[in-house]
Design a protein around this ligand. Structure first.
Ligand code: 8OZ
Length: 363
């Protein structure tokens, strides 16, 4: 096609039975614009509908249970009402020709008692407080001291993932992404900086992977593995997450994931633009252990995405801030058009401004 820049971004990508028409994907983006009970607001139909030209939309992180919530006004997927409202969002995206996966989220210890039912303490693998903050009705506050989950609570949480997957199916999503990145609950179990359990959910890599394995087993009872993606952040740059040997644990995780035939593996490659060459090489070694579709994220522009696809390093790239500010991002990349600048002050919370009012080229 004449005038098409970065042509390989516009080669379709088949992920199992789903065909993505391009490789410019929308990253999961927390926007804190839902009702306080987790029901998405009507304006989310406009917001996601405007972005339907993405090869794939991955929704903002969405809590699977009341205990999975860690910030003000994030959406949920644990009631009929949540599912009904998400269904309208899915319909808006489908009506505009798009595809949309729901990101399943449990924050674990990255929460605050004021956000949890009856002032409960956050759930975590071990009772270790994260040196991190969350956003509550009173603004940024330090995360609360968590309790170590009992085995019953772990089993209940696995069930919560199953119920959330059922609601996602009801809402008509094309698939789900299991959020196991950025220092939230699943990541807290994986990494030894937050998991000091002495039972079968802690210690060896097999034990630390057990919870994630059970969650994937449960979710894929509801949704075929071919429609389930997963997000990992092996560099552990957020929410006080760390491991003494990341390549060891994440290598084992990827070897566990690979035979499952999942939709894709999605890495947070570089949250803050500070990853060293050595860290980038570790990510490449890890990604090369996965034989399915691989999505990169963090610090990309069209040129870098096109180059990394050409080099066989990624199959597609998810864009965050650029998709916030540019509802028609693929078209802008195709034309080499200028991009709108994202306004950081309207990322989290607020109204339509900075949410649904970024113009497309043809507005
Ligand atoms: C920004 C603010 C709150 C949550 C993540 C779900 O980092 C998030 C998140 C990002 O994965």
């Amino acid at each position: 096609m004449s005038g098409t820049k970065y042509a390989n971004l516009f080669e379709p990508l088949k992920i199992n039975e789903i065909e993505l028409p391009n490789r410019v994907l929308m990253a999961p983006l927390t926007r804190n614009r839902s009702h306080s009970d987790g029901t998405p607001k009507e304006w989310a139909q406009t917001y996601y509908g405007q972005r339907a030209s993405a090869g794939l939309i991955i929704t903002e992180a969405t809590q699977i249970s009341e205990m999975g919530k860690g910030y003000l006004d994030t959406p949920g997927i644990h009631t009929e009402k949540h599912a009904e409202e998400w269904a309208k969002i899915v319909d808006a995206v489908h009506a505009n020709g798009g595809r949309i996966f729901l990101q399943l989220w449990h924050v674990g210890r990255i929460s605050h008692t004021s956000l949890l039912p009856n002032g409960a303490s956050p759930h975590a693998p071990s009772a270790i407080t994260a040196e991190s903050q969350t956003y509550t009705a009173n603004g940024f506050e330090p995360t609360s001291q968590p309790v170590a989950m009992t085995k019953d609570q772990i089993a209940e949480t696995v069930e919560d993932y199953g119920r959330a997957a059922e609601f996602a199916v009801k809402a008509g999503f094309d698939g789900v992404e299991v959020h196991a990145a950025n220092g939230y609950l699943l990541d807290q179990f994986l990494q030894d900086g937050s998991n000091e359990r002495a039972d079968e959910y802690g210690g060896s890599v097999e034990n630390r992977m057990r919870f994630l394995t059970e969650v994937l087993d449960r979710v894929t009872e509801v949704i075929p593995a071919s429609r389930v993606g997963i997000r990992l952040s092996p560099l552990g740059q957020a929410n006080d997450i760390h491991d003494s040997d990341p390549e060891n644990i994440f290598g084992a995780v990827i070897d566990m994931l690979d035979p499952r035939g999942l939709a894709y593996l999605h890495f947070v490659e570089d949250f803050s633009g500070k990853a060293t060459d050595e860290q980038q090489q570790m990510l490449e070694r890890l990604a090369s252990r996965f034989s399915g579709a691989f999505f990169g994220n963090g610090g990309y522009d069209a040129a870098k995405a096109s180059q990394r696809i050409a080099d066989g390093k990624v199959d597609a790239v998810t864009f965050g801030k650029k998709f916030i500010a540019n509802p028609d991002l693929p078209e802008r990349f195709r034309l080499g058009a200028e991009l709108n600048e994202p306004d950081q002050s309207t990322f989290y919370g607020g109204d339509e401004h900075g949410y649904t009012d970024y113009p497309a080229l043809d507005d």
